[in-house]
Design a protein around this ligand. Structure first.
Ligand code: LRH
Ligand code: MN
Ligand code: MN
Length: 430
């Protein structure tokens, strides 16, 4: 049974007002691309096959450690979050999976949750474990770290929690476990830098041993925060070394906000791919640190260059190249549905632009050391407005031509403001 949140009529009526203009724009872009030897329908086909998962935690209004400003009608339970994610997918047609976080999304019946999601047109993506916060009724505190804690019982509890996440994930149909730990120190000398990594590796190996054959363990690194002097898995170097030590099912996950400012992330992508360790992404954008701003809102060119590496990687695949794409953002000042609609569009646009790069021209210019023409091969693709391709792909699969205006016409949030219980005030990351 389907239980889609928006009426197909609403989408069809909104599209009817936009179709003629879209057809004109698509035809004009098609002629422009044809002159470059590119078949627009082939690009549209690739775009139609693209998808990115949304985070369950992104459906609620985020906050900082200073404050959180909830909006009326925001979801509080995983069931309400799934409804909002279903709205995003119904309009955008590129976000058919949700990445859950435990214990935030804990329920008593995961088979029922999976059915509920399916009735909303959704599946589940990577399950995320949480050993960076203490939960009430938890036996051991993570104040000393989790997988790398000096306290053996705490490490065992963190291992146990990750294994429980795998068990939940099996019921939800996931095949990836994403592990980010906040472990680290705030003072020089607080912990032994080498021994803390040893403890992490030993505990992570126990989690790895519990992975089903077709599962992957995605190790997410982060330079700092909550630890401000040292983090155990602080960078892609620590991440790839850990993944190599754990085994072939361990891969690295690149959260775009988890690097030092100005880091060449696209080069990290190429490196991880070269060594068979590119597991996936948490897309977001940042200006200063782990800002969790909307994807492509600050540096869309970087996002394009990352997708350029991914298209190169596809042409030169290594074993099991199948990076998972997820959004990981904190929507502090916008309606989260609108942010994710806009972000999904930004991410898909960069994928589409990367497909437009004349690879022959690029590789030829690289071989002959024609720097300017190599750069121009990228620039010519980046400058194309691919919006008509995305809109046409969406419309043809039942989505909205103009996702944001159709969403506003649906009055979804206003309706939910009447139905859902208000969210309490307070600070917190989600
Ligand atoms: C850590 C992180 C990680 C968590 C999420 C809530 O900063 O990026 O992915 O699971 O935020
Ligand atoms: Mn992340
Ligand atoms: Mn983060």
């Amino acid at each position: 049974t389907t239980n889609l949140p928006l009426s197909d009529d609403l989408i069809a009526q909104a599209n009817a007002r936009e179709t003629a203009a879209l057809e004109e724009d698509y035809a004009a872009l098609g002629r422009q691309l044809e002159r470059r030897g590119i078949d627009i329908d082939a690009i549209k086909g690739r775009v139609a096959g693209f998808s990115v998962a949304v985070p369950s935690w992104g459906a609620g209004r985020g906050g900082t450690r200073f404050a959180k400003f909830p909006i009326a009608g925001e979801p509080t339970t995983i069931y309400e979050k799934l409804q909002d994610c279903a709205v995003i997918n119904q309009l955008s047609r590129v976000t058919p999976r949700v990445s859950p976080h435990f214990p935030w999304d804990k329920v008593s019946d995961y088979a029922a949750l999976r059915e509920e999601a399916a009735s909303l047109g959704l599946g589940f993506d990577a399950v995320n474990s949480n050993t960076f916060q203490d939960q009430k009724d938890q036996a051991h505190s993570y104040a000393t770290g989790s997988l790398s804690s000096t306290v053996a019982e705490t490490r065992a509890q963190a291992v146990e929690h990750n294994i429980e996440c795998i068990e939940i994930g099996k019921q939800l149909g996931s095949t990836d476990l994403t592990v980010w730990v906040g472990d680290g120190t705030n003072f020089p000398g607080q912990q032994d830098l080498a021994r803390s990594l040893d403890r992490y590796l030993e505990a992570a190996a126990q989690v790895y041993a519990a992975l089903p054959d077709d599962w992957r363990m995605l190790l997410e690194h982060k330079m700092f925060e909550p630890a401000f002097y040292s983090s155990v898995i602080s960078d892609w170097g620590s991440s790839i070394l850990a993944a190599q030590e754990l085994g072939p099912k361990a891969k690295c996950l690149v959260d775009l906000g988890h690097h030092a400012p100005n880091t060449n992330i696209e080069q990290i992508v190429a490196r991880l791919h070269r060594f068979d360790k590119l597991g996936g992404f948490h897309f977001n954008d940042s200006k200063y640190g782990d800002d969790d701003l909307d994807s492509g809102s600050i540096n869309p060119h970087q996002l394009f260059l990352i997708f350029n590496e991914l298209v190169e990687a596809e042409l030169n695949p290594r074993d099991g190249f199948n990076p998972s794409y997820m959004i990981d953002q904190s929507h502090n000042v916008t309606d989260p549905i609108e942010s994710m609609l806009s972000s999904a569009e930004a991410i898909t646009s960069c994928f589409a632009k990367a497909l437009l790069v004349d690879r022959q021209a690029l590789h030829g210019a690289q071989e002959s050391n024609d720097t300017m023409m190599a750069f121009q091969a990228l620039r010519r693709a980046y400058n194309v407005d691919v919006a008509p391709i995305l809109a046409m792909a969406r419309m043809e699969s039942g989505g909205a031509i103009d996702v944001l205006s159709t969403y506003r016409q649906s009055k979804w949030r206003e309706r939910k403001a009447q139905e859902r219980k208000p969210v309490g005030l307070g600070a917190g990351i989600v």
